[in-house]
Design a protein around this ligand. Structure first.
Ligand code: NIG
Ligand code: FE
Length: 363
């Protein structure tokens, strides 16, 4: 460990942390932070009784976001995402995964991934990029999902490899979206260029796909609001992390993932915001922890762990991030005056973070 000499001590900025806590910055391992346009019109439709799936079938949902994204420029995507990213950082997020998936054609998927790359270059946050190459089917491929997956494999993956545009691959493995065979095909082709899999699965249905993704060696399986016995058995003791998204459950009124039972059955869980304009328009990881406690019966310490070190593991970053340890990156938060760590989840809806340091730099 390097020790400061008297000169350096003289020049150092001293921050009074009396009655405050110094904690690792939050790690948000599942977001769709790059998007064009918001969807509060759909929010109102749902308040009047339509379900998320009904709105999607009417051409809303992901297709609605895709239409808006296709006409936005890379710079516009970058600029609007940077504002959202800075907001997330102010609430304590120091590491964040961001997906493509609203492009729905090769050119627009690449545009999203290039905007994410630019965010990496302009932010002190640690950013990981995921190629969500199978998120929804554009109308012209409605009856030909196989062809759509082929196109993503042949037209997008080589460019990702050449420009270093992604760290992970993802698919929406769900009834009405992509089958397990289509998902595995995309995963296998992506793994050849070094992308590990983080997969949306079991959001609305348990179709027997989750055990296949675990035995395939997925780094994480995300959502898991609907779980069968077989799904629990497959995940228990495995190296695949269950990434849970309680803000999505709150916002679109679907069940919460059975997190308590998962922990009790030896399943490693991470919490993430799922920040996106349709099903979870928040990047507030403090709120995510509150929801995990209130709705999923996690203790505040478990929710904190799932939002830091476990979430770092869900991105293969736990050796450098997710806790305050010698040799790890100095992504640190100083809270406001609070009586205990548990107070963050308890006093829900507030921002308890006063100072954010990423890579040792004050934000
Ligand atoms: O994780 N489930 C699929 N994808 C996103 C929602 C995307 C959207 O509605 O725009 C999710 O919830
Ligand atoms: Fe998602």
């Amino acid at each position: 460990m390097s020790i400061l000499n008297p000169d350096e001590i003289e020049r150092a900025t001293v921050i009074d942390a009396t009655d405050r806590m110094v904690i690792p910055a939050f790690v948000d391992s599942h977001t769709h932070l790059v998007f064009a346009g918001t969807r509060e019109d759909e929010f109102e439709m749902r308040l009047k009784g339509l379900s998320y799936e009904e709105i999607a079938r009417k051409g809303g949902g992901i297709l609605n976001s895709a239409k808006k994204l296709q006409t936005a420029s890379e710079d516009e995507l970058f600029e609007s995402a940077l504002v959202r990213l800075n907001d997330a950082v102010a609430m304590g997020t120091g590491t964040i995964e961001i997906k493509s998936g609203y492009g729905l054609n090769p050119e627009s998927e690449l545009k999203m991934l290039r905007a994410i790359k630019k965010l990496k270059e302009h932010s002190d946050a640690t950013i990981m990029a995921t190629f969500l190459g199978a998120h929804a089917l554009p109308p012209e491929y409605k009856l030909n999902a196989d062809k759509y997956v082929d196109k993503m494999i042949t037209d997008v993956l080589p460019v990702i490899a050449e420009e270093g545009l992604a760290d992970f691959v993802d698919a929406f493995c769900e009834k009405g979206y992509f089958s397990i065979n289509q998902t595995l095909r995309l995963l296998e082709a992506s793994e050849k260029i070094g992308l590990r899999a983080k997969v949306h699965v079991n959001q609305f249905n348990s179709l027997g796909d989750l055990p296949k993704l675990v035995s395939h060696g997925a780094l994480s399986v995300d959502h898991l609001e609907v779980m069968s016995n077989e799904d629990f058995i497959a995940l228990s003791g495995s190296h695949t992390i269950a990434t849970l998204l309680p803000a999505c459950s709150l916002f679109i009124h679907i069940p919460y993932a059975p997190a308590r039972k998962m922990i009790d059955e030896n399943i490693a869980i991470a919490l993430a915001s799922d920040f996106n304009p349709g099903s979870s328009p928040t990047a507030n990881m403090q709120l995510v922890q509150s929801l995990a406690c209130i709705q999923m019966k996690l203790t505040p310490a478990e929710a904190f762990n799932a939002s830091t070190i476990n979430a770092a593991a869900a991105m293969m970053l736990s050796h450098v991030l997710g806790s305050i340890t010698r040799k790890k990156k100095a992504n640190l938060l100083i809270t406001k005056k609070i009586p205990s760590l548990g107070y963050i989840a308890y006093n829900f809806g507030h921002n308890h973070i006063e100072n954010v340091f990423l890579g040792g730099r004050k934000q």
